[in-house]
Each structure stands twice: as structure tokens, then as C-alpha cells.
Design a protein around this ligand. Structure first.
Ligand code: HEM
Length: 204
């Protein structure tokens, strides 16, 4: 993390992730209930609560893994956070897939969320596989893709109020956002990876 722009981007991303993760953890409080629109999803009980808790953990931990200082100076900590992140993505993503099947917003939203879940599971599993084979550069590339998808939780919550401000029909907006929340994130990650060949220290 060298340039000032990179530091600011990381700080903003981490702050937004913290905010959305903090909001999601409220589902773990006793007596928490699903909001209207989501409560009607037949998968809500128990998958929303499993999903919110685990996916929020991935969102909270993800930004820490991009700190070069932590990676190089505390490799054991980096590994433990990484294992927790992978576990949170794989379990939270599976619960997200179950929820996607039951979304009451119709087939466009169902397929959009399901595609996000499957892509999230694949990119995270690939990142894990690469590190098991000690392919550090590929590991980092797949982790960037995985976190771009984890970050969909943040972009979704930016687009929702934006659609409201723009007076877009909430259901139409929700269907579009089931795709818009993650496809552009993945495109940005791919552009970044194409422009910056990564070289990772073997100590990762
Ligand atoms: C990246 C893969 C993800 C997928 C496929 C996914 C999928 C879903 C689905 C399908 C729903 C229910 C929507 C409906 O019934 O229409 C949902 C709700 C929710 N998800 Fe995710 N999600 C993902 C990531 C995350 C992350 C990283 C968080 C972390 C904060 C998160 C937190 C929540 C919360 C809190 C809800 C409840 C709705 C709300 O209160 O805003 N999700 N998710």
C-alpha cells in the first residue's frame, strides 16, 4: 500500500465495510427479525441469520488482508484471518445461495443473487486452492476477485437509497441491483489486475 490514493481507497473501503458489517450483525441480537420484503422469503429462517453473521465477518476481515504490513510482519495472523475469511465466505455464501433461491423479487433477482453466490464461492475456493499450492501471486489475484464480490454488500446498500432518490420503482431497482451490486465490482477488479501485474513476497 504505497500511494496516498491507495491508502485513501483502502480507508474508505474498510470504513464502509465496517459500517455494513456492523449493521448486519444486528441480526444476531436476540429478538432480531427480518424486514418486510425479506421476511416473505421462505429461506429466511434460519438462513438470513446464518448468512448475515458469516458474510458480515468476511466483510469485516477482508480489508485487513490487503494490508502489506500485516501480511509481511504478522504472517501467522494473516493466515488465521485468511482461514476465517474463507470459512465465512464459503458458509455465508452457501446460505446466500439458499436465500437467493427464495427471493420474492422474481427470477431476475433470484438468478442475479444466485450467480453472485456461486461466483463468490468459486473465487474464494480458488484463492484457497492457490495458497495450498503456494502460488502466492494467483492466491492474491483470486482474493482480490473474492473481496470485490464480498464488497457487493456495500455497493448494494449504496445503490438502494440512490434508486430511491432517483424515484426508480423499488422492485425494478432491486432486480437491477441484484446484478449491478457485483458485476461492475468484478469488472473493476479485473481492470485493476490487468493494469497491475502483482508481485507478492514469498513470505505471504
Ligand atoms: C456476496 C455474496 C452474497 C449473496 C449471494 C447474498 C445474498 C443475499 C440474499 C439473496 C439476501 C435476501 C434477499 C431477498 O430475499 O430478496 C440477502 C440478504 C442480506 N445479506 Fe447478503 N449476500 C451476499 C453477501 C453479503 C455480505 C458480504 C453481507 C455482509 C454484510 C450480507 C448481508 C446481508 C444482510 C444483512 C441481508 C438482509 C437484508 C438487509 O437487512 O439488508 N450479504 N443476501
Amino acid at each position: 500500500m504505497t500511494s496516498r490514493l491507495t491508502r485513501w481507497t483502502w480507508g474508505l473501503g474498510a470504513l464502509l465495510s465496517l459500517g455494513v458489517a456492523g449493521y448486519a450483525y444486528h441480526y444476531l441480537l436476540p429478538g432480531a427479525f427480518a424486514p418486510p420484503g425479506i421476511a416473505e422469503n421462505p429461506m429466511t429462517y434460519p438462513w438470513l441469520f446464518v448468512h448475515a453473521g458469516l458474510a458480515a465477518t468476511a466483510l469485516l476481515l477482508g480489508p485487513l488482508q490487503f494490508l502489506p504490513r500485516l501480511r509481511l510482519k504478522q504472517p501467522r495472523l494473516h493466515r488465521w484471518i485468511g482461514r476465517t475469511y474463507v470459512f465465512a465466505c464459503l458458509t455465508g455464501g452457501s446460505a446466500g445461495l439458499a436465500l437467493a433461491m427464495g427471493s420474492t423479487a422474481g427470477p431476475i433477482a433470484r438468478v442475479g443473487f444466485a450467480a453472485l453466490a456461486v461466483t463468490w464461492l468459486i473465487t474464494t475456493a480458488m484463492a484457497w486452492r492457490m495458497i495450498l499450492h503456494r502460488r502466492f501471486d494467483d492466491h492474491r489475484r483470486w482474493m482480490i476477485r473474492s473481496f470485490a464480490l464480498t464488497f457487493a454488500a456495500v455497493t448494494l446498500r449504496i445503490y438502494m437509497p440512490l434508486a430511491q432518490i432517483l424515484h426508480i420503482d423499488p422492485m425494478e431497482a432491486y432486480r437491477a441491483i441484484a446484478w449491478l451490486a457485483w458485476v461492475p465490482n468484478l469488472m473493476v477488479a479485473e481492470l485493476y489486475l490487468a493494469r497491475r501485474p502483482l508481485r507478492v513476497a514469498q513470505a505471504a
